[in-house]
Design a protein around this ligand. Sequence first.
Ligand code: GLV
Ligand code: MN
Ligand code: MN
Ligand code: MN
Length: 403
Amino acid sequence: MGSVTPGVTALLDDIADVGRARSGGYRRFAWTTEDLTLRDWFDGQAAARGLEVVEDGNGNRLAVWGTWAGNPGEDALLIGSHLDSVPDGGAYDGPLGVASSFAAVDRLRAGGFEPTRPIVIGNFTDEEGARFGVACLGSRLASGATTPERALALRDDDGTTLAEAMRAQGRDPRAAGPAAWLAGVGQFVELHVEQGRGLVHDDAAVGVATAIWPHGRWRLDFCGEANHAGATPMGDRKDPMLTYAATALAARRLAGDARATFGRLAVAPNGTNAIPSRVTAWLDARAADEGDLERLVDGIVAEARSAAAADGTTVDASAESVTGAVTFDVPLRDRLAALLDAPVLPTGAGHDAGILAASLPTAMLFVRNPTGVSHAPSEHADDADCDAGVDALAAVVRELAGG
Ligand code: GLV
Ligand code: MN
Ligand code: MN
Ligand code: MN
């Protein structure tokens, strides 16, 4: 089926310059100028289609096709995703789901479709947790998976709290927390670029998600003694960088089929010619089941402690966020897989759909990613596959919200 103007790739082209970094990737963090520009773009797309936009107290934006007050039992069909990115992220993780939602509405309307339930396109706030350290903050707050007290006190690297960042953008942080509109939603279907090569192996443009691996983020603070890089013999050092390095190597050894990543470090004082006094390292760990994840993280922390004892340093470990295993609604998943004649597959990546799955029947559609690369500038999906994703999403809306 051909695209209806503008196609999903034209919609992505529209925002191609927002938050573009020198790497070619994107830096689009919650409550920054880039985020606000993307929110305006979202509003513009909604307005161009005559959709009313509402924002909840957490900054989640919802564009409504039909009449919807978000009252309990109203049974809207929620689609959409997020527009924020990881540092130097790709163009598709998040925006593909939002753009495909607008494109699907166009395609359905062009075919004369009239929904029997309200269709709501969501733009969730801070899915990646790139600024305040906890992923899916918008959906966690809306669903009560985290408390406003905890979320609003989170700080970015400059020490700004979420509450301050929201206030700076004219929001009242006292409105953050469980969102009444969630009780007015019957189902959520999030379309997302695949973050892996499952669909390449399946030779399919679109798939349906079965499950999300349990995953989380832990903070490890390694402390030692700052000293001169030239004047301190190697045997006299208390170097927390070496303890961190031993821990990262142990994590690779222990992970096996699970995943352990140290992608973010803060080093103090961060001088080339000074032994650090402190290294803070953030561990992202994921595994196929919760027991494996717990054993992996316990093992990494135990290795960190024994390396610290040997190095004369110390280590403190704390969990920043942990998300349990998610199994998407099986009847909904099976219905969509049969409808689309699409393969089903699990993922190691987290999503707002994984958070909202605890509150309502939720499903995800994945669009093929030829290399599987994601959270990096080279993340990609072919135009034809993006178009197939819009077709699939339109078919799902027709199935779930048709006569
Ligand atoms: C978010 O995309 C995550 O899985 O970390
Ligand atoms: Mn992501
Ligand atoms: Mn995403
Ligand atoms: Mn994600």
